[in-house]
Design a protein around this ligand. Sequence first.
Ligand code: S3P
Length: 424
Amino acid sequence: MTTESTTRAVRVPGDKSISHRALICAALASGRSRVRHILQSADVHSTAGVLRALGVGIPPLGDDVRIDGRGLGALTAPTESLDCGNSGTTARLMSGVLGAHPFESRLVGDESLSRRPMARVSRPLGIMGARFSFEHGEHLPMVIHGGALQTIEWDSPTSSAQVKSAILFAGLVARVPVTINEPVRSRDHTERMLCALGVEVRSCGGQAVLTPAEALPAFQVDVPADPSSAAFMAALAAAGGVGNGDRLELTDVALNPTRLGFFRVLREMGADVVWEVEREECGEPVGTISVAPRVLNGVQIRAEQVPAMIDELPLLACLATRASGETEIRGAGELRVKESDRIAAVVQNLKAVGADAEELPDGLRVRGTAGSLGGRIVAHGDHRLAMAFGVLGALSGGSIEIDDRDCVAVSYPGFWADLARVTA
Ligand code: S3P
């Protein structure tokens, strides 16, 4: 008897980047905003907690939250340190917001976040007029002395949506025009959300230009599913890891082109991947991604492709072990300053499970194998490493043990349950 392959559907949780921005914009808006399907993960709880400490009325996060905005520039001085947890997005986006408020605030984070570079935001915000002081290096803890800011045109050496958004929020709150130039356009959720709220933000290539607005109106947003979370399930489906070799439909996903690099590469590797836009939400295209298994080949990733798939590179490296031939990722030095040094950690872990992998200064090289892989991996508390190796474990036939499965709570708390359901 043969079982016919069918289609399964999954809606992964809300987009992390859009969730952070929805909270920040709602806090700065005049009146009560409504956010549905917000991602309820540790990182988003960090942003909500920081905003509450600045006087914003945010109830415990649920599927339908109402937020009482304080208006542009009207956050209140915190009485204690602002805890950003593991979240670089919280720390960097809030630096821009706080740099434009006339009080002092101190940002702290967990061990991983306290190792990540903050000069990339303190430098441009410092030129605008905010003052920063650090206790060691240019890392958290970081004290921001905000105030009146002046305009800036900033040439960012790296493509970073966190840096770009910090400057855009600083310009928005301080009501000064700002221009940011980056080598390749990074994810543009801040620009899209502000435009949808009536703020003039013009984007062209790697340039974003904000013209100040008087106020931000209250709004409603239904947060679409996160393409970075969907990527784990798509990789599984592409390599035949969905139960019965079924096709997988990932529904209600944010289909912003600056986030779809991994899906384009999956197609280049030979997978059957299609997506279709069904609606628009707060300036973001939203729709379904459909993936069916095929034989996969290795790929070459160049620097220009990196920003649109920066968070998916550990997953690509794991998937490359299941593809025929060699995969090389270059121009991805930014991976070394993520939640962990993702180049070193991915390569060490791939070797630990028996894969053929090699570290490069700005990337890595992996040669595919048909053999089973197994062993214990160290996630370094990095959610994306735990999930990438979780997918590899499901695909590899061997057994991959992960030291810290719970760290997935940073971006995708239900990951293990969804993985079990999809592979069954
Ligand atoms: C994010 C931007 C990216 C990404 C991170 C989320 C954002 O970081 O890696 O997960 O929401 O703006 P960088 O700006 O450091 O590239």
